[in-house]
Design a protein around this ligand. Structure first.
Ligand code: MLT
Length: 202
């Protein structure tokens, strides 16, 4: 199996969609298990640890500076993550998961949607930004995407999240973009909106 340290928790409710949990910079495979359980009780949870280290902090791809990405690495790492999900689906008997990504994890999820659309059934992107300046033409065929941005996010300018929403919509995703009165950190509103959204698409 493609080599990612990860946690897997099997579903306890067959009707709940599997989730791919993708942590932010400095997080690990344990970080988002609680969030996953809150937004979709009973879902199978697949939670890999990012394989890139930035001063010891796990991430899903290299960056040159905050918000400035090594795009070659973004592409390579997104494909690597896609291969991991395919292997994990076979090993654990899962259907295509909905990604739940925060920050750097949301950015790799957005890259995965653009580069390997078949890997994900949909995505919840928490504080995401445009991962690739020149993405390939993706065909997202109505996949549902919830994009939750922070109005006062010091890392993701409003224009950038608006651009990501447009990029995904143009590729055929069914995008629901909401801007919350918060910064880069998650709030209770993120949890509530994500839970309601999963209930409406799953
Ligand atoms: C990134 O590097 O993906 C973004 O700057 C978000 C972050 O990880 O802080």
């Amino acid at each position: 199996m493609t080599d990612f340290i990860h946690r897997y928790e099997p579903a306890t409710n067959a009707g709940s969609p599997p989730l791919l949990l993708l942590h932010g910079t400095g997080g690990d495979e344990n970080d988002l298990l609680g969030l996953g359980k809150m937004i979709s009780p009973g879902s199978a949870l697949l939670s890999p640890r990012g394989r890139v280290l930035e001063h010891g902090m796990p991430r899903f791809f290299r960056r040159l500076a905050e918000g400035v990405f090594d795009e070659e690495d973004v592409r390579r790492r997104a494909l690597e993550l896609g291969a991991f999900v395919a292997d994990a689906r076979k090993q654990y008997g899962m259907t295509a998961p909905i990604a739940v990504g925060f920050s750097n994890g949301a950015n790799i999820a957005a890259a995965l949607l653009l580069l390997k659309p078949d890997v994900l059934a949909g995505a919840i992107l928490l504080r995401a930004m445009v991962p690739l300046s020149d993405p390939p033409k993706a065909e997202l065929g109505g996949k549902p995407v919830l994009l939750l941005s922070g109005q006062a996010d010091p890392i993701v300018p409003a224009s950038n999240s608006t651009k990501l929403a447009a990029l995904l919509s143009e590729a055929g995703a069914r995008v629901d973009h909401k801007v919350l009165p918060s910064g880069h950190q998650l709030s209770q509103a993120d949890v509530t909106l994500a839970r309601n959204w999963i209930g409406s698409v799953a």
